[in-house]
Design a protein. Structure first.
Length: 248
């Protein structure tokens, strides 16, 4: 049986601003064996760790990240002020290159890199993927590349990258047909969209990943259903509640 893995969703995002080196490093420090993070491109095509196309939630500034240069973006901070107030003021926005350097120090940790659809649509598929692949190249044998876009996964496969995760927008027959044709290594689904019984999970050459929950009992139930990866915002709390999943 494959090892069951709790994935730190955007790092230890319950306690630190999501998608920052601060959140990633604290997740690894408490035992995370997999960390998911998001990548967008700036106006000058710098891959950075950021979820939203809009800047306001994380930085308190207006504008779109795809229309903001990296030079300008360095004057902003990923402090998530509405959630953390001034607690993490000054936290920098991380580049993908900085995340690569971080994960190369932890070869046993699985980086789950989500390529955000907004950047793909804004800059085009080949431009966006080539920029991300170029920076992430030292990490690619260690990483899992994720996307909501079937076209992104198909393109990655055409380039020879088979360690991919497709995020399902819906759990329905149309997506099942696409999954069987696509055959990613991981299928990813929001937990509320899963069928009620284990018999409903689609069999195939993939593992399942579910996002996200901070409930240890629910995590145990999902694991018993055969789901290999479960994302959580608070991996510190889950490590304390379910220590057996973090031993080795």
């Amino acid at each position: 049986m494959s090892a069951r893995i709790i994935v730190a969703h955007r790092g230890l995002s319950a306690l630190y601003p999501e998608n920052t080196l601060l959140a990633i490093e604290h997740a690894i420090a408490v035992g995370a064996r997999a960390v998911e993070f998001d990548v967008q491109l700036t106006a000058d095509k710098m891959p950075v760790l950021f979820h939203d196309p809009a800047l306001d939630r994380m930085t308190g500034k207006s504008g779109q990240i795809m229309e903001c240069s990296w030079r300008r973006l360095q004057n902003y901070h990923a402090s998530y002020p509405d959630r953390f107030n001034e607690l993490h003021a000054g936290t920098p926005i991380a580049t993908l290159a900085e995340a690569v350097d971080c994960f190369l120090q932890w070869p046993a940790v699985l980086p789950c890199i989500e390529i955000k659809l907004e950047s793909v649509e804004y800059f085009g598929l080949t431009t966006c993927i080539s920029r991300i692949i170029k920076i992430a190249e030292p990490l690619l044998e260690q990483a899992l590349l994720l996307s909501f876009s079937k076209q992104v996964i198909e393109y990655l496969h055409s380039l020879g990258f088979r360690r991919t995760g497709w995020v399902l927008e819906d759990y329905d027959s149309r997506h099942r047909i696409s999954a069987e044709a696509l055959q990613p290594s991981v299928l990813i689904c929001a937990r509320e969209k899963l069928p009620a019984t284990a018999e409903g999970l689609w069999p195939g050459p993939w593992d399942w990943m579910v996002y996200q929950t901070e409930d240890p009992k629910l995590i145990e139930q999902l694991l018993r259903r055969g789901i290999r990866y479960i994302e959580t915002d608070n991996i510190k709390a889950i490590a304390a509640a379910l220590p057996g999943l973090f031993n080795g």
